[in-house]
Design a protein around this ligand. Sequence first.
Ligand code: CP
Ligand code: NVA
Length: 305
Amino acid sequence: MQKNFISSRDISKEEFLALFSLSSELKKNRFLYSNFLDGKTILMIFDKPSTRTKVSFFVGISELGGAALPLQSNELQLGRGETIEDTARVLSRYVHGIVIRTYNHDNVVKLGDYFRYPVINALTNYEHPCQALADAFTIFEKFSSFDVKVVYLGDFNNVARSLMMTLAILQTRELCFSGPLEYYDKSIEKVVEELSKGKTKFYVETNPEKAVKGADVIYSDVWVSMGFEDTKEEREKLMRPYQVNSYIMSLTGKNTYFMHCLPARRGEEVTDEVIDSPQSIVFDQAENRLHTQKALLIKLFENIQ
Ligand code: CP
Ligand code: NVA
């Protein structure tokens, strides 16, 4: 494993599969590895709201025997202009790891370069790799393989980018993005090609009715992510055709799973009918955040004294 988990591409296919088998063990027995982080303190810097990520990391760290210290950047001298480099050097003398949720992805990369121990990305404007790790594990639990078609509907955001990267590394058969091109990042096409070694078919289909044909999984996320509220009106207008509702689910020709990282804006990107249906596995995804992040902590800290 690399020192940090900042981008989904920091983990190889073999490492993902090893994380999944450890996650399954931990799911069966939450008290395995209960002394693993004994004597270690992990700093949790959260500059944006969080339910799942913050609570699951806090619980995961304590179940592994470590201590978690939750703070916001503006409680540190970072908020008053101390540099990331100096902050990282100082924190290296006190704590053994940092879990960080913030806006600017490059700041997390810089923190990872200057901090001596693992830095874990708990969401930036650009990526959400811990979410994608749990999502890929959830897909693997359901299908026992990645011989599936996954269609992402709506906003091409941090969650979409990390999901596509992770599923590409795992050489998923087919990935489709269906949403407005105004917010789409075309560079993902080359990235998927490279990460999957040409094994994953990736394409864009702006017509959602066509996109979902044959889908094993339909994935959605909010239309307006944290930090993008200034474009709320335009986004909501452009995304409206991409709502996941019973009609869209009925077009797949299969018994398709519905996935969402949560929190959901019910009635916008997904209807109550779909998110509350037996096809919805959103709470399995949320639970798997805990098990997969514990597995991640174990693998990242394996060689740290
Ligand atoms: N899915 C997710 O990261 O949720 P939170 O914002 O509640 O952490
Ligand atoms: N894309 C969303 C995910 C929240 C977990 C956001 O960044 O707000």
